[in-house]
Design a protein. Sequence first.
Length: 232
Amino acid sequence: MDTVAQLTIVRHGQSTANVAFANAQARGLADHGLTGRDADIELSPLGWRQATHLGRWLATRPADQVPEAVVCSPYRRARQTWAQAADTAATLGSPHPQARVDDRLGDRLMGDLELLTPLMIARRFPAEAAQLAADGLYAYRPPGGETFDDVAARIRAVLTDLNSRHAGQRILVVAHDAVVVAVRHLLDRLSFTDLDAILTGTPIANTSLTRYVHADGRLDLVEFAATPHLTG
């Protein structure tokens, strides 16, 4: 079966929600002050810097590593990440493709629990907190939201389309940690339980890269949650 030559998935830079969630959890607060939609959450100042570092790193890649097409989540933080990275790379003399937005690359939908921390869920929706504990993170379906199987189903469709539309090309996807989890579940045939154990030791950091390369008719993982642009 034809596949892309290379598939790289980048998680968006740190968002204002990432900061708010961490602060609320560290201080034991049942409110973080965020309002609006998850899809409209922006990058934090650190997130912008991470995207800039990503762009500088991309500008140093050899020609045979530059993506030939870029596909992005519709969420603002993902679109901002690629816009900043691409602008930075272009300023350094390394133009990169404009991103095509694919709505199926959005983050896991949490429905009525959107933008709520675990403590906020426990306080406002105790029955849902109990159901989450019973089902586990991956199998739980929030009211109006998705399980990870639902996320995997839409990502499977994206991968099928990418392989058909961009066979033999290097593709960069800018999205979310849930998308990276779904891709590993599908391409590496890992259960969500196995993935949870992996993520405990190797979390999917903001602007980290997960890369697959075509070999023997399939895509093989060569890099997971790597941050060479942040640690070099």
